[in-house]
Design a protein around this ligand. Structure first.
Ligand code: 13P
Length: 242
């Protein structure tokens, strides 16, 4: 099955870069690839008005309630978002997000009509101890929880494998190793969505290494942090999608 490449720009808690909304902006989605930007909540409306495909970096599962500082998946959909990151490692680390809470986020995102991207990845310590596979298996448990949903819903969940030790470190993993891990991840997915699920890589992706990742069969796209804030570098990354 041909999976459409998915290229994501996670702008984290940064302002949109100069020139992000130019006519020839690399952040605009294309026929050959879905290109999605994840701005701060404050910049979402601006990006939607500029006709970009926009995702939220985080959304709470409950539709509304006494949750100071939060916004819900439902509200994000109403605002015009199409995607939502669930369980980014910075949220797991800084906000104590658990696998159960992340499962609730995914279900709420699907119910709201958003395309969730489940972020998974081991820490340096876990990697050194050879625990990568067991950690990924545990972090993928939300997907088995949604296995009971109709196939059409489970196939709109994407996975982003981001080893924590590769994020913002300049130490990107080797594409061949990532291909092997993605094959392992795919084998753990519910059978009905194994072929259709897009599995992205993230962690120190740049304009020089992007094409090496994308050349592999099971690497269906990239989740880019720092380099997604530099228009010229992101343009090169976008061009590496063949
Ligand atoms: P970097 O590309 O800056 O390593 O960040 C990766 C990331 O966390 C994307 O979600």
């Amino acid at each position: 099955m041909q999976r459409k490449p998915l290229l994501c720009a996670n702008w984290k808690m940064f302002r949109p870069p100069d020139g992000w909304d130019a006519t020839d902006s690399p952040y605009r989605s294309q026929a050959r690839a879905d290109i999605v930007i994840f701005p701060t909540h404050l910049h979402i409306t601006k990006c939607i008005k500029a006709k970009m495909l926009v995702g939220a970096q985080y959304g709470r599962p409950e539709p509304e309630g006494a949750f100071t500082g939060d916004v819900s998946m439902q509200m994000l959909k109403a605002q015009g978002c199409s995607y939502a990151l669930c369980g980014h490692s910075e949220r797991r680390q800084n906000h104590g997000e658990t696998d159960i809470f992340i499962a609730e986020q995914i279900i709420a995102a699907l119910e709201a009509g958003l395309h969730p991207i489940l972020c998974i990845g081991e820490t340096k310590e876990e990697y050194d101890k050879g625990k990568t596979q067991s950690i990924l298996k545990r972090q993928l448990s939300p997907v088995s929880m949604i296995n009971s949903l109709p196939a059409v819903l489970s196939s709109v969940v994407s996975i982003a494998y981001e080893p924590v030790w590769a994020i913002g470190s300049g130490i990107n993993a080797l594409p061949a190793d990532i291909q092997n891990i993605h094959t392992f991840i795919r084998s753990l997915l519910p059978e009905q969505s194994q072929k259709s699920t897009r599995i992205l890589y993230g962690g120190s992706v740049n304009e020089l290494n992007a094409s090496g990742f994308l050349a592999h069969e099971d690497i269906d796209g990239l989740l880019v942090g720092a380099c997604s804030l530099e228009v010229e570098k992101f343009t090169e990354i976008m061009r590496s999608i063949s």
